[in-house]
Write a new protein. Structure first.
Length: 210
């Protein structure tokens, strides 16, 4: 009887040993899988916190502004512009997409972010617009561009005094698809349908992919 109990005890101990071994192996596999998934997500641009993707290199006179829309957080750099009468404009936008518990910085010309030059009828590039396509609407960020204009008396190549530099005239409103819309910070607006036409200061412009 005692011998049988000893055998049973040995078998139980062996079984427990095997279970501990399998548990360690399974735990190791889970840790390895989690680490691999972490590396894949990290290299794919995903982060676990929003703060890790926010800009922290603001210059003097600039401030950060976060706007939320649908699945996006727009990390905007805001600054005052002399050309805009010392009003604040959105000088740059960092588009961050939220997917569940993860965040990802979206590059220009990605699946949902495109950037276009705005060209007038005289073939001047007078601005640009970053278009972000959300689930239910489009987010537009307009930016001015500096462009060089040569005066008529310098048109034959005499640039001794240098070319003139002009920028798009800042405005509080923009007309998109025939609808007059107020721009936030002279820069930001949302629309429901895809862009068909853009009019700035009464002048229709053409969108050229950048």
């Amino acid at each position: 009887m005692g011998e049988m109990q000893s055998v049973k005890k040995v078998l139980v101990e062996k079984t427990k040993g095997r279970l501990r071994k399998y548990a360690k192996i399974a735990f190791g596999i889970l840790i390895a899988a989690a680490f691999v998934n972490y590396l894949i997500l990290w290299k794919g641009g995903y982060r676990f916190t929003l703060k890790s993707l926010l800009r922290d290199d603001l210059a003097k006179g600039e401030r950060s502004l976060q706007l939320k829309g649908d699945e996006f957080i727009f990390d905007c750099t805001v600054k005052k512009s002399i050309e805009a009468g010392d009003k604040e404009i959105i000088a740059d936008v960092n588009v961050i997409r939220k997917s569940g518990l993860l965040y990802k910085q979206m590059s220009v010309n990605s699946a949902c972010v495109d950037r276009y030059l705005l060209r007038n009828s005289r073939n001047d590039d007078v601005g640009s617009v970053t278009v972000v396509q959300g689930k239910e609407r489009y987010f537009l960020f307009f930016s001015p561009l500096c462009y060089y204009v040569v005066e008529e008396d310098r048109s034959k190549g005499d640039l001794s005094n240098g070319p003139l530099v002009r920028t798009r005239v800042y405005t509080d409103h923009v007309t998109v698809n025939g609808n007059l819309l107020k721009l936030e910070n002279l820069s930001f607006v949302t629309i429901e349908d895809e862009i068909q036409s853009v009019v700035i200061n009464g002048e229709e412009v053409t969108m050229i992919p950048r």
